[in-house]
Design a binder for this molecule. Structure first.
Ligand code: CMP
Length: 175
């Protein structure tokens, strides 16, 4: 089901100001989105009814390159799924981590209520599917294996963070 038709029938909400979070910088451009929700890898297993539920709580935002989507230490109230473009997660140590279409971010603050753990910036123009905190439970309810996807992703991020810390520790020990 096309998101644009959700826009037309009013079931897909578009923020007229296209706001993300208060920290977002740069001019965010709204364009008409022709996206099949069912083609988004995370939603491949969803039924039509589930896709309709997701379309009701999602909005699509287009951002230019260089837009700060989340800023470390600030409160977070939205979850982001990358539809197009590449973003960087700037961590306190080491090189930024690249995030690509199909990947998501912003889940940590929604899960634990703590401030954003990292700054995420768009490296290229990006198209994001944005879900507000109050609707995060809809994703958990409607997307098959959503909790499993979250757990696997978090486990990978912890593992990568540990590997990076080990590499940095080994590098500083050899200096
Ligand atoms: P959150 O803390 O809500 O906001 C910043 C986001 O960056 C965070 O959620 C994760 O989605 C993402 N993030 C934080 N650390 C990493 C990492 N090591 N690798 C990939 N993404 C990360």
């Amino acid at each position: 089901m096309e998101l644009v038709s959700r826009m037309m029938d009013g079931s897909l909400s578009y923020d007229p100001k296209n706001r993300l979070e208060p920290v977002l910088s740069g001019s965010v451009v709204q364009r008409s989105a022709k996206i099949e929700l069912g083609e988004v890898p995370m939603f491949e297993g969803c039924s039509e009814r589930q896709l309709r539920s997701i379309a009701k709580i999602a909005r699509v935002v287009d951002t230019p390159a260089g837009t700060v989507i989340t800023r470390v230490g600030e409160p977070g109230s939205e979850f982001y799924l990358i539809l197009d473009g590449t973003l960087s997660v700037d961590l306190s140590v080491g090189k930024p981590v690249a995030l690509r279409p199909g990947e998501f971010f912003g889940e940590m603050s929604l899960l634990d209520g703590d401030p954003r753990s990292a700054t995420v910036v768009s490296d290229t123009p990006a198209r994001l599917l944005v879900i507000k905190r109050e609707n995060f439970s809809v994703l958990r309810r409607e997307v098959p294996d959503f909790t499993q996807i979250l757990l696997v992703t978090l486990s990978r991020r912890v593992r990568h963070a540990e590997q990076r810390a080990d590499r940095m520790g080994a590098a500083s020990a050899t200096l």
